[in-house]
Design a protein around this ligand. Structure first.
Ligand code: ADP
Length: 255
């Protein structure tokens, strides 16, 4: 009986090892599929602006259309530059970097991002508001990283809000010992189905109007990662055709 018991034990152990290996193979297949998708998306995003740059550079040989071509080349080169920067940020955040927080006032971060985007918002015919309290809103943060989050949210709000709309950034403290930053727009909005995947890398909403604008689907994935690294969370409330609000909640800093 002892021998049978020992053998049974072996069989159970082997079955467990086999099961784990089968699981690992499944995970590897999934990773491989993801890698394939990643390469396809990145190649496509690189290809569109590159083709345009090549096309306009060829047109430059004709002096009459030259000026327009130079502008198109600059525009598309900027788009490539942004995409490559996003890819670099995203891959850097995948590694667990040492994160050195220091005291930051959220009002200052919000004001800096608003200033950065003001010209673009005006060109897009938008009203841009900054809504901050008179007292400091302290967080312990890496200001560059958290600034990237605010820039991304504000950049999206301005990009996805048609002319005549309004974008508002607000910050404040809540009653539960936390602080928050909110970016609200009266833009295209996001359907409930799209909101589910919004923070995954390379995900863009299926709305054709939003898809017609350039983007890589990396900004929100990067932002969520940064917010998590700061011990916070990011949520969205949105109605298609009405507008969106992105809210970042963070632990209150020492001030
Ligand atoms: P990108 O804007 O480069 O595509 P993001 O990760 O920043 O990437 O955003 C993912 C998607 O979420 C966008 O493609 C867009 O469809 C949607 N989105 C993000 N912010 C907004 C917003 N303020 N209004 C409407 N749609 C938005």
């Amino acid at each position: 009986v002892g021998e049978i018991g020992r053998l049974l034990g072996r069989v159970v152990l082997d079955a467990r090892v086999l099961e784990r290996e089968r699981h690992l193979v499944g995970e590897l297949r999934e990773l491989d599929r993801y890698r394939g998708e990643l390469i396809a998306t990145i190649s496509h995003e690189l290809k569109t602006p590159l083709s345009s740059i090549v096309g306009h550079a060829e047109l430059l040989t004709d002096l009459e259309t030259g000026i327009g071509s130079v502008e198109a080349i600059a525009r598309n080169a900027r788009r490539l530059d942004r995409l490559v920067q996003n890819l670099l940020d995203y891959s850097a955040l995948q590694e667990s970097r040492v994160h050195v927080p220091r005291p930051v006032d959220l009002r200052v971060l919000a004001a800096a991002s608003v200033e950065l985007i003001a010209v673009q918002a005006e060109r897009g015919g938008l009203v841009l508001n900054l809504d901050v309290p008179s007292e400091t809103v302290p967080v312990d943060a890496d200001p560059d990283e958290l600034g990237t989050v605010v820039d991304n949210l504000l950049g999206n709000a301005v990009k996805y809000t048609p002319r005549g709309g309004e974008v508002t950034v607000g910050v404040g403290s809540d009653d539960a010992g936390g602080v928050w930053l909110e970016c609200t727009d009266t833009g295209l909005g996001i359907s409930a189905a799209d909101q589910v995947h919004l923070f995954s890398a390379f995900h863009r909403s299926t709305n054709p109007e939003a898809l017609s604008l350039p983007g890589s689907g990396l900004g929100l994935a990067i932002s969520r990662r940064i917010v998590h690294l700061h011990g916070g969370r990011i949520v969205v409330r949105s109605d298609l055709g009405v507008g969106s609000t992105f809210r970042v909640c963070l632990p209150r800093g020492r001030g």
